[in-house]
Design a protein around this ligand. Structure first.
Ligand code: DX5
Ligand code: ZN
Length: 219
């Protein structure tokens, strides 16, 4: 399996000190910036959009992993690519012509991935998997940071790992929501290799140390 990656979620950063927190991630062992975009329709919360992503990009020295929690994401793909997205993931539940949306992401020069809500069956990915750089499995209901990890995630990861291996692919499996040093190893054992963590990192006393621990535990 590929090297495990850590993607701190900037949703949990201090927006008044965005440059400081971006530099912290630059200096840490983290691999990507995880950027949560919420529209108040697909999820009940509104986070931030293009200007804030552009501001992070100005200082970021690592790729931006942009997680779109918005209805009809196909309306904005080129815009997110323009402000600096490197990876764009869209929810299976948010777009009717998923295949076309993935192509659109790739045509915009980004890596493309699909996100599944907790109750969306893994089996829906069967035919579309070869088109994906990554699958993001939600381990909470999307919309807010700081929620409790849902245990059903482990069996979902195993199912997806089997599907990826059966098809001979090297698709990444990313987990988002409630990831901590308590569950990361069990997630790796189930087959995941990419981890988003927001509050666990930013609410800790030593974020750089917390990232280092997550990295060490997963590799
Ligand atoms: C929630 C977002 C997550 C969130 C994770 O909808 O997709 O990326 O920031 O936050 P924690 O790690 O605090 O659960
Ligand atoms: Zn996210």
């Amino acid at each position: 399996m590929s090297k495990c990656l850590i993607a701190p979620s900037m949703l949990a950063a201090d927006f008044g000190n965005l440059q400081r927190d971006t530099e912290m991630v630059n200096q840490s062992e983290a691999d990507w910036f995880h950027i949560d975009v919420m529209d108040g329709h697909f999820v009940p919360n509104i986070s931030y959009g293009m200007p804030v992503i552009e501001a992070i990009k100005k200082h970021a020295k690592k790729p931006l992993d942009v997680h779109l929690m918005i209805e009809k994401p196909e309306r904005y793909i080129e815009e997110f690519a323009r402000v600096g997205a490197d990876i764009i993931t869209v929810h299976y539940e948010s777009t009717v012509h998923l295949h076309r949306t993935l192509r659109q992401i790739k045509d915009a020069g980004c890596k493309a991935g699909i996100v599944l809500n907790i109750t969306t069956p893994i089996s829906v990915l069967e035919d579309i998997l070869p088109e994906c750089y990554m699958i993001l499995l939600m381990s909470i209901n999307p919309g807010f940071g700081g929620q409790k990890f849902e245990e059903v995630t482990y069996q979902r990861v195993s199912k997806l790992r089997k599907m990826i291996d059966d098809q001979g692919l090297d698709t990444r499996i990313e987990i988002d929501g409630g990831v901590t040093d308590q569950n990361i190893q069990k997630l790796v054992e189930a087959g995941a290799d990419t981890f988003v963590a927001g509050s666990h990192i930013f609410k800790s006393e030593n974020p750089i140390g917390t990232i280092q621990r997550l990295k060490a535990l997963s590799n």
